[in-house]
Design a protein around this ligand. Structure first.
Ligand SMILES: [Zn+2]
Length: 371
């Protein structure tokens, strides 16, 4: 692992600057990826952009920036990816492009309207840059540490800075664009989080990687040199298409269902969407069900635990305990209150409710064996 500290002049970073929107932003003679393709858009507001330029004109220091350094093994070419400093760098470059003006001496001035001295002051200003180079594990570990120390990148953004390559570029095309690709397809069926900040990409890798050894990191490492992300996309699409076919009725709870798990188990089954919807609809208005997103899992698996069914309160249990004089009706033995648990006399599956009238106390052994 190698970390270099290097002051770099604004004019060098601006050299070859190109802002191609979703197709990425580059600078530093084309060697610096300021904003990789399909990553979150530039978000500084006008006041913050102006503050960056005013700091430079006043000669004040800006915080250090972090670049990840990569060497192409085949050509030996060195390339950099901006890990932290994107907003500040783009503010500076966009000012040089003439995209906005700042108040200088009481008047709004674009870069072209500045005095030659002020123009040179900006172009000569040195940005404080840490460049780091190492293998993927070393880089990721280092990025995690500096992230704790002040960056606000998400884990998937950090991984994206390390596991670069054609696979990632293609994966971002599908998973990192708001209202397009995966987000457009799946937004009613998954919690997409912040798409621009790679939350949906992370979910897709978790779904796909879950079939292998389970870690997002190792999936990205294994596939980073793949020519494209077709496998990731087709799997994600299969899962969502299946979910839409089986449960076409829109409800907010659809977004919290582990679709990949259900698809793996039931994806090949002949299921009747109309019949399933009738059951889902009935369960949605069942007051005993506390976890409504679990209904989708329940109608497929039959496992009541998915529903978090209502449990008896301590008062209901104490009341039943007193009524029974501490005797377990199954085995006839006497127990302390703590040695017993509440049981539905008529189970939920047969229409029993969680009411005092339907509560009996069983010893723990009988309660377990009674299911
Ligand atoms: Zn008993």
């Amino acid at each position: 692992m190698n970390i270099d500290f290097e002051p770099i002049a604004v004019r060098d970073v601006y050299d070859g600057y190109m802002n191609a929107g979703y197709d990425g932003v580059v600078g530093y003679g084309g060697a610096l990826d300021i904003r990789p393709k399909f990553q979150r858009e530039f978000v500084y507001d006008n006041a913050r952009q102006q503050a960056v330029i005013n700091s430079i004109l006043s000669g004040f220091p800006l915080n250090t920036m972090y670049w990840a350094k990569q060497t192409d093994p085949s050509t030996g070419d060195v390339a950099f990816e901006m890990l932290d400093g994107q907003q500040r760098t783009m503010s500076i470059c966009e000012y040089l492009e003439g995209s906005f003006s700042v108040i200088v001496g009481g008047n709004p001035k674009t870069f072209d309207n500045l005095s030659a001295v002020d123009q040179e002051r900006i172009l000569d200003y040195k940005l404080m840059v840490y460049q780091c180079m190492g293998d993927e594990d070393e880089q990721l570990a280092w990025f995690e540490v500096i992230n704790i120390a002040g960056l606000t990148l998400r884990p998937q953004e950090l991984r994206n800075a390390v596991y670069t390559g054609p696979w990632l570029t293609d994966a971002k095309r599908y998973f990192s664009r708001e209202n397009q690709g995966a987000h457009k397809l799946a937004k009613d069926y998954v919690t997409a989080g912040d798409v621009n900040r790679q939350d949906l990409l992370q979910k897709a890798i978790e779904w796909q990687g879950g079939k292998g050894d389970g870690s997002v990191k190792s999936y990205m490492n294994a596939h980073r040199k793949d020519a494209n992300a077709n496998a990731l996309w087709t799997y994600f699409k299969s899962v969502i298409d299946w979910a839409k076919l089986i449960f076409p009725t829109r409800r907010a709870q659809l977004r919290s269902v582990p679709w990949n798990v259900l698809y793996e188990k039931y994806g090949q089954d002949q299921l009747d969407a109309g019949e399933l919807e009738k059951r889902v609809k009935a369960l949605m208005s069942d007051d005993e069900v506390q976890k409504r997103s679990g209904i989708y899992t329940f109608v497929l698996t039959g496992d009541e635990r998915a529903l978090s069914l209502r449990a008896f309160t301590v008062n209901q249990k104490l009341e039943a305990y007193e009524k029974q004089n501490g005797i377990c009706p199954k085995c006839g033995e006497h127990y302390e209150f703590e040695e017993m648990d509440g049981d539905h006399i008529l189970p939920w599956s047969k229409g029993g409710k969680t009411t005092s009238e339907n509560c009996q106390m069983l010893c723990i052994r009988d309660n377990r064996s009674g299911g």
